[in-house]
Design a protein around this ligand. Structure first.
Ligand code: TR5
Length: 145
């Protein structure tokens, strides 16, 4: 099917969530507005953990750890995914990573936390507005799946 034309290897999707994420990524107009625009504009509620002029951090609706916060740029500016970054994004990329540290500090998980970016269909990216996942509050395992 379409997935095997686009991906260099079998997806091996074993559950609905994974399959749905891949399908969304393959079908999506990756330049289209996302649900995160509505969160940024406060059109839909979110549980905000940290906010400044450039960055917003809010709790993931489907947490994978006791602490699971998403850190996003308020202006997407072409950053649908990390792989689209170019030199003009260097500053915001640094600001996002630093915001992840502030989130970890506020959440009391500085002793152990993980920062994840899923890039593209084969990494199960489902929202095409760059976001860092900050995960912690439990023992994390390695390697991730
Ligand atoms: O799979 P990737 O890396 O693209 O991560 C997208 C993340 O956005 C997932 O962990 C989702 O659980 C999360 N997500 C999706 C929605 C959402 C959200 N987090 C907070 N609030 C959300 N709303 C209101 N709606 C979503 N569709």
């Amino acid at each position: 099917p379409i997935q095997s034309r686009r991906l260099p290897f079998s997806t091996g999707a074993t559950n609905n969530e994974e399959a749905a994420a891949k399908a969304a990524a393959l079908d999506a107009d990756k330049g289209a507005p996302t649900i995160f625009d509505k969160i940024i504009n406060k059109e839909i509620p979110s549980n905000i953990v940290y906010e400044d002029e450039k960055v917003l951090a809010f709790r993931d609706i489907n947490p994978q750890a006791p602490v699971h916060v998403l850190v996003i740029p308020k202006s997407r500016d072409g950053l649908t995914e990390l792989g689209k970054a170019d030199p003009r994004h260097e500053e915001i990329l640094g600001q996002l990573l630093y915001a992840a540290k502030i989130v970890a500090e506020k959440e009391g998980i500085l002793d152990g936390f993980r920062v994840v970016i899923n890039n593209g269909a084969s990494a199960c990216q489902s929202v095409y507005h760059l976001h860092l996942h900050v995960l912690g509050g439990r023992q994390m395992k390695w390697p991730p799946g």
